[in-house]
Design a protein around this ligand. Structure first.
Ligand SMILES: Cc1cc2nc3c(=O)[nH]c(=O)nc-3n(C[C@H](O)[C@H](O)[C@H](O)COP(=O)(O)OP(=O)(O)OC[C@H]3O[C@@H](n4cnc5c(N)ncnc54)[C@H](O)[C@@H]3O)c2cc1C
Length: 496
């Protein structure tokens, strides 16, 4: 019998992992990637001995990585040298006061109690709720394949309404645990990873601060890009073929089938299965025929974006921990400015990553490698945002916030700078609206309500990655890949 074939559009984490699963089951698998490098948003910039992770910098949910690497046929520790980052974050507030989120419970207790008497008990109760949300959501909403309506809408799932608080807003829920607004911010800012404001995110997302505190945030030696390198080793061993610098221009459809993909220079390829790892809204908008579904997807809520600065610096800034987060006191106004007004807040919360604190090889000896990330709105429809001006403002905010830590000379020590804005994200990875996390994760775009891993009309066209089920994030893309590969393998015999 002729072996089946699959073409995967995009070598992001979801695309590479799905390719490994399919190729390991005998499917002839080719990945077409528009860029020269694998990894998609897990991207890297190397210059003059400075190594930057241009996308993710936080390895969260370590158990998921472990399980997914095992499902790909190799224990993670054989491929990656991992260390736990503790304290995970150094939070810095507007007045320069700090909170180090650490797994050292005595230290955490002392710090929380100094901010608000009784806060440690509140933290323990919040942590317990987060544990419940994580356990149940991972089993019933994330690590779960929703192929049919009844896979989600069934009697067994009714208790979820109470068990994981989907109808309660995350920030409002914090009042049950803390009075102090800085503490409420300290344990909800993670919602921005989903592209969400805690004022609109479901309280279910307390699962994120929980897993960060309980299971830790980790760091692979060599940075996050070493995860891509490890996966590419497995992909090549499994026999996956890659075509880099190869853009898919169109998906050809015929009745209820996707009959082929058109590559650059009009080359037509006709596999049995097409799996789109390129972000789903872009695929509907640019690769498929325009129809009402594409229109509906484009009207969905998109996550925010970021302006990122990559600085090679000629001296080390040891005062900066690996992950420093400047949290603005006007927390609510921050999210309104980003999500509602699609702009830059007047006093933005922002994040600085100093990878050489974790792996000295990320910077030349006696120098430093710094990344600053400032969340901003996604691209607006009317194109009125002035990104040069917003980037300039964001840059000044970073220096202003660093001054609260006594760092006032950074600008003078920058050897070179690379900047990525929402326009860069759109261009580099075809992310619609430059949304770094794709479709948002609000209640109506989660679980069964998120665009599914298979196209509703074209039976052999599947999706994997951030804007499909289960959602954004590196570990989530690995889950998405396993779920969709299983579905393809189950459905392939009936696709002829
Ligand atoms: C700034 C930033 C910070 C982040 N921080 C974290 C973090 O700390 N931790 C975490 O877990 N996650 C983080 N994320 C999210 C995480 O990076 C993504 O959710 C995940 O990598 C998405 O993977 P994916 O499988 O959807 O593929 P993508 O990364 O979207 O890759 C899709 C690939 O398809 C390619 N492509 C697009 N169109 C075409 C075409 N027409 N033809 C051929 N190829 C095409 C693209 O070039 C790309 O390589 C971050 C993301 C960003 C941008």
């Amino acid at each position: 019998m002729k072996s089946k074939s699959a073409v995967i559009i995009g070598a992001g984490i979801g695309g590479i992992c799905a390719a490994i699963h399919l190729a390991s089951h005998g499917i002839h698998t080719t990945v077409a990637e528009k860029n020269a490098l694998a990894g998609g948003r897990v991207d890297q910039i190397n210059r003059d001995g400075h190594r930057f992770d241009a996308g993710p910098t936080l390895m969260v949910m370590p158990h998921v990585y472990e399980a997914e690497f095992s499902s790909l046929g190799c224990p993670i520790n054989e491929l990656l040298d991992l260390q736990r980052v503790d304290p995970t974050y150094h939070l810095v507030f507007d007045d320069g006061s700090q909170l180090a989120l650490t797994s050292d419970m005595q230290s955490l207790k002392n710090q929380l109690e100094s901010i608000q008497t009784g806060a440690y008990q509140g933290f323990l109760r919040y942590h317990k709720e987060g544990e419940r949300h994580y356990r149940i959501a991972m089993e019933r909403l994330v690590n779960c394949d929703f192929r049919r309506f009844s896979d989600f809408f069934n009697l067994g799932n009714i208790p979820l309404l109470f068990q994981v608080k989907p109808l309660v807003k995350h920030y409002a829920n914090m009042s049950a645990y803390f009075d102090n607004s800085r503490l409420k911010a300290a344990f909800t800012f993670q919602d921005v990873y989903m592209g969400l404001s805690p004022f609109e995110a479901p309280a279910t997302f307390s699962m994120m601060p929980y897993t960060e505190m309980a299971h830790g945030v980790w760091y692979p030696k060599g940075g996050m890009y070493s995860i891509v390198e490890a996966l590419m080793t497995l992909a090549r061993e499994a026999g996956v073929e890659f075509a880099f610098d190869t853009t898919v221009e169109q998906i050809i459809v015929n009745g209820r089938r996707a009959s082929g993909v058109v590559l650059e220079h009009n080359q037509l390829v006709k596999p049995d299965v097409i799996l789109a790892n390129a972000d789903l809204p872009y695929v509907y908008q640019d690769l498929l025929p325009k129809d009402s579904l594409a229109e509906r997807i484009s009207r969905k809520q998109f996550s925010c974006s970021v302006i990122s600065f990559f600085w090679g610096v000629d001296k080390p800034y040891e005062a900066l921990g690996p992950h420093t987060l400047f949290l603005a006191d006007d927390y609510h106004a921050n999210f309104d400015a980003i999500i509602r007004d699609l702009g830059l807040p007047a006093n933005p919360s922002l994040y600085i990553h100093a990878p050489a604190r974790l792996d000295p090889s990320m910077a030349p000896l006696g120098q430093d490698t710094l990344i600053a990330i400032v969340p901003v709105g996604h691209l607006s429809e009317n194109g009125e945002q002035d990104w040069a001006d917003l980037t300039d403002q964001a840059r000044k905010h970073v220096f202003r916030r660093l001054a609260t830590l006594g760092i006032t000379d950074l600008e003078a020590h920058i050897k070179f700078e690379t900047t990525l804005t929402p326009l860069s994200w759109r261009k580099r990875f075809n992310l619609m609206k430059g949304s770094t996390h794709g479709l948002s994760h609000n209640l109506t775009q989660l679980a069964y309500f998120r665009p599914a891993n298979r196209h509703p009309r074209y039976r052999n066209l599947y999706f994997v990655g951030a804007s499909t089920h289960p959602g954004t994030g590196v570990p989530t893309a690995m889950i998405s890949a396993r779920l969709v590969a299983r579905r393809i393998l189950d459905e392939l015999p009936a696709l002829d």
